[in-house]
Design a protein around this ligand. Structure first.
Ligand SMILES: NC(=O)c1ccc[n+]([C@@H]2O[C@H](COP(=O)([O-])OP(=O)(O)OC[C@H]3O[C@@H](n4cnc5c(N)ncnc54)[C@H](OP(=O)(O)O)[C@@H]3O)[C@@H](O)[C@H]2O)c1
Length: 504
């Protein structure tokens, strides 16, 4: 398009994106606004089309819904000319995902799209559907010849989370996908990796010389990874009550953060070089033995409570489509050990939960205390250790805390911060977090996507916990009030090690 914003990156190559589940929540809230932002940034090619696959909605209704929802969920200003550019490239297929006839129609539509839009037979299939269709859709695509790549034309499939619900189902899903696709065609998305500050972790570690020498067991006491959600389960009870916090957050988002912190420098930024290093971390995590689960993994469920701003929150068990005696956890805290040369003996504490007082995601690397107390003869009896905090959301940035002398005649030490806030240095481009991921898929860069073997390795770590928890129903649920920082047992997990969770 002519009126493109300046952008140093080149537009993706010609292609069509086929969105299965085109009338769903994810498409409306994230995918369409992300495509709009890419169009505005000049990152979509002229030879581009969006094919929406939905089971109802006539053409006009479909376009209207996309436009209205895009307007509602857009991260920046709505510009009619950008929308018109996208709208002229929208096509639609009506059908049921399990109906082979619908895929024949899809094939015909794509042939028309190639002819009218010059998309060259390159298709990105985005499965924004219930997980039960994740292997069915590629199988059906293969039946009509839409899955096979050939010289000069690519076919890629994006799979949303959840990628399986335990190790066995993740293995089966991988096996089924690999019957019709090559691993290089599969893009397992984790939208956390679309966040700028998550991508910045590798830059921070490997583009700066001063941190890497102390990034190991000799200097680091422990690492805390916290993903606190202020929201309750809302209307997602139908899905969430069968998943829970461990499945929903840990093998994907939290493990990706852990891997970025713990991995060795890759030999290059090629997708497989990075993913090989991440995989080594998942394999190095010491599996929690069944008899250790109750000591090293804490689960919680929120009861009625009040948020700091006074908002009343009803107990999880009263939410829509949640069983009144549900044993599903809405909070999880874990202690994991990464058994490799760099991290032996350094605990990684992970916590995530719903209905906590604030929405915060951060990684805190706490360094060891000084070896010798030089200030014994002064009023200072304890020095705070240095902490490096990588803030992922909401105010993205990095801070390093250290001790400084408080001015005055008496020797006193106060904790101070060196603080870097992304927004103060860089113009923030409003984004949904899906822009980079969609753009990378179109470019064929799988760096930010999970590889099948790594997804399985991550499930191997959490599977023993799932097994023990499902065998031993919790007796104390609900065990934290909405608006608090989680169950007492999570504090105890840290206290046993002589440590404490950071105040977020
Ligand atoms: N929403 C999010 O923020 C989010 C975040 C992370 C991951 N995800 C994952 O993304 C996927 C989509 O989530 P969502 O929240 O968008 O779910 P959703 O709102 O329920 O959308 C799913 C879509 O699939 C369509 N569908 C279901 N069965 C179908 C069938 N037999 N034939 C044709 N279409 C069918 C539905 O069509 P109808 O509209 O006709 O019912 C609906 O539009 C899920 O796997 C979810 O776990 C979502």
């Amino acid at each position: 398009m002519k009126d493109r914003q300046e952008n140093s990156a080149a537009p993706a190559g010609r292609c069509a994106i086929v969105i299965f589940g085109a009338a769903g929540d994810l498409t409306r809230r994230k995918l369409i606004p992300a495509l709009y932002n890419l169009a505005e940034g000049g990152l979509l090619p002229d030879e581009f089309a969006i094919v929406g696959f939905a089971r109802r909605l006539d053409d006009e209704e479909f376009r209207r819904q996309l436009r209205d929802e895009a307007r509602r969920h857009l991260t920046g200003e709505f510009r009619q000319e950008i929308w018109d550019w996208l709208d002229s490239r929208v096509y639609r297929v009506i059908g049921d995902l399990s109906d082979p006839e619908a895929y024949v129609q899809l094939k015909e539509t794509l042939a028309k799209v190639d002819e009218e839009r010059g998309t060259g037979g390159n298709y990105l299939y985005y499965m924004s559907t219930p997980p039960s269709f994740f292997s069915e859709i590629p199988r059906q695509l293969n039946q009509v010849g839409l899955a096979r790549e050939a010289e000069g034309r690519w076919r890629r499939v994006v799979i949303e989370k959840p990628f399986g619900r335990d190790l066995d189902s993740a293995r089966s899903l991988n096996r089924e996908l690999l019957e019709v696709l090559d691993e290089s065609q599969i893009y397992r998305i984790d939208h956390y990796l679309g966040k700028e500050t998550v991508q910045n972790i590798l830059v921070f570690r490997f583009a700066n010389a001063i941190f890497e020498p102390i990034w190991n067991r000799r200097y680091v006491d422990h690492v805390q990874i916290s993903v606190a959600e202020r929201v309750d389960v809302g209307t997602r009870g139908g899905y969430y009550d069968h998943a829970g916090a461990l499945r929903d957050m840990v093998p994907n988002h939290l493990f990706q953060l852990l891997a970025l912190i713990a991995m060795e420098p890759p030999v290059s930024f090629e997708a497989d070089a990075v993913r090989n290093e991440k995989g080594k971390i998942f394999r190095a995590i010491n599996p929690i033995e069944p008899d250790e689960v109750l000591d090293e993994a804490v689960r919680g469920q929120y009861g009625d409570g009040t948020m700091p701003d006074g908002e009343r929150v009803m107990a999880y068990r009263s939410a829509e489509r949640v069983a009144p005696d549900s044993a599903t956890e809405t909070y999880v805290a874990l202690k994991l050990m990464v058994d490799n040369w760099r991290w032996a003996g350094v605990p990684f504490y992970l916590r995530t939960g719903k209905s906590l007082p604030k929405r915060v995601t951060e990684i805190a690397i706490q360094f060891k205390s000084v070896p010798l107390m030089l200030f014994e003869k002064t009023p200072i009896d304890e020095l705070e250790p240095n902490v490096l905090v990588l803030r992922i959301q909401p105010d993205e940035g990095i801070s390093l805390s250290f001790g400084a002398k408080v001015p005055g005649p008496v020797m006193r030490i106060g904790g101070v911060d060196m603080d870097f806030c992304n927004a103060n240095y860089f113009d923030a481009t409003p984004a949904t977090g899906y822009e980079t991921l969609l753009y990378d898929c179109m470019k064929g860069d799988a760096n930010l996507f999970q590889r099948g073997d790594n997804a399985e390795a991550a499930w191997s770590v959490v599977n023993p916990i799932l097994d023990v928890w499902s065998a031993l129903t919790p007796r104390d649920f609900p065990n934290y009030t909405a608006g608090s920082w989680g169950p007492e047992a999570a504090d105890e997990l840290m206290r046993c090690d002589g440590r404490a969770w950071r105040k977020l």
